[in-house]
Design a protein around this ligand. Structure first.
Ligand code: BYC
Length: 328
């Protein structure tokens, strides 16, 4: 799209028309393009929530780095948690192109004014949960995020392409961990089943409320930010996960989970939406702990941010800024 925000040949109606045409053509909106304020606000909300989820999502798995059962598992887990930090940073950078800052967004998160994914408010009770998170949580994330690679806002879509590649790797490492345990002792197989039992329903909730109670879906789809509804993606995840569970040798804790020939999809029980809303509103098992930890890390890191800024300013003052100066 070629419209620039400061091009005064266009009045608001023409800008809107051009924006609508770009969306209609499934072309990309870029940061310097004109965009309706509500579009900008929705994107900041979703991208910030996504970035916060990656950063808070480091906690449940990071909890097990020091107790990984072998050096190999420790190296894998360290790398995965580090990738999550990287995803958070790509996403904060994408949000910054919309006119906000990482500082502003983090301040809102620690003040409880912005959300992060409900899934990270559940505890990781055993090392097996690292495998289950990789398989089911990263699996759900992939279902949700692959369509976001084609989202209408350029920087978000491009960040998602890199993130999805790494998420696929994360999912495979989780599945491999669980498969290794399933080939082990009876006690290990029980640990896998117990962990899957705890994470199945929360993973279904990652896709958000049902479509008839999702206030943002319709507008986000009209703007091409979302390309599928929450229920469509949840169904896709269920259909994808059942054969994987069979191959692994575990079951999901849902007696209504059955193939429906007519629909060509698996039927499954309605998730407990009261539990979902209570977790989203702050009353999940680990909400207080996760936010307190994030706030502590943010406060304790203030001097590092200040020092890095001061260093960058000093460098800018002493370093040559042009090729000509550098050649002197
Ligand atoms: N948890 O109208 P709706 C990861 C909120 S990280 C908490 O359907 P929307 C990973 C929603 O924000 C996974 N809140 O909203 C990291 C809205 O409230 P606000 C994170 C939720 O935006 C480390 C209200 O409920 N992925 O992959 O159209 C290790 C109404 O919902 C949740 C993303 O963030 C929830 N589950 O759709 C491993 C993906 N669901 O904001 C893995 C990007 C809904 O109006 N985000 N809410 O106050 C999205 O695709 C969409 O934002 C959602 C929700 C599908 C999540």
């Amino acid at each position: 799209m070629t419209t620039q925000m400061n091009d005064n040949r266009f009045d608001e109606a023409q800008l809107q028309e051009q924006f609508d045409a770009t969306i209609e053509a499934k072309d990309r909106i870029e940061p310097r393009d004109w965009m309706p304020e509500a579009y900008r606000k929705t994107l900041i909300r979703q991208v910030a929530q996504h970035a916060h989820s990656e950063i808070i999502g480091m906690q449940p798995e990071g909890n097990w780095i020091s107790r990984a059962p072998s050096l190999r598992r420790k190296a894998i887990l360290l790398a995965k948690v580090q990738d999550e930090a990287g995803h958070g940073l790509y996403l904060y950078s994408a949000a910054e192109t919309l006119g906000t800052t990482r500082n502003e967004l983090t301040e809102k998160l620690v003040a409880g004014k912005q959300k992060y994914s409900s899934i990270f408010n559940y505890p990781t009770l055993s090392y097996t949960d690292v495998g289950t998170i990789g398989w089911l949580v990263d699996g759900a994330a992939i279902c949700n995020q692959v369509p976001l690679c084609r989202t209408s806002f350029g920087p978000y879509g491009r960040a998602m392409i890199r993130i999805c590649k790494e998420e696929s790797f994360h999912q495979r490492q989780g599945y491999e961990l669980l498969m290794t345990m399933m080939r082990g002792t009876e006690a290990q197989r029980e640990m896998v089943q117990e962990s899957v039992n705890r994470f199945w329903c929360p993973a279904l909730m990652m896709f958000g409320p049902p479509d008839d109670n999702s206030p943002n879906t319709e507008q986000s789809m009209a703007w091409g930010i979302k390309t599928h509804t929450n229920d469509e993606l949840r169904q896709k995840f269920v259909d994808m996960s059942v054969p994987q569970a069979e191959a692994l040798g575990v079951t999901f804790p849902d007696e209504n989970l059955k193939w429906n020939e007519e629909r060509g999809h698996y039927d499954f029980s309605t998730p407990n939406w009261d539990e979902f809303w209570s977790v989203v509103k702050g009353d999940g098992p680990c909400n207080a702990q996760r936010l307190a930890h994030r706030k502590r890390a943010w406060d304790e890191g203030a001097w590092v941010r200040e020092a890095a800024l001061a260093f960058a300013e000093n460098q800018a003052a002493v370093e040559p800024t042009t090729a000509e100066e550098a050649a002197k």
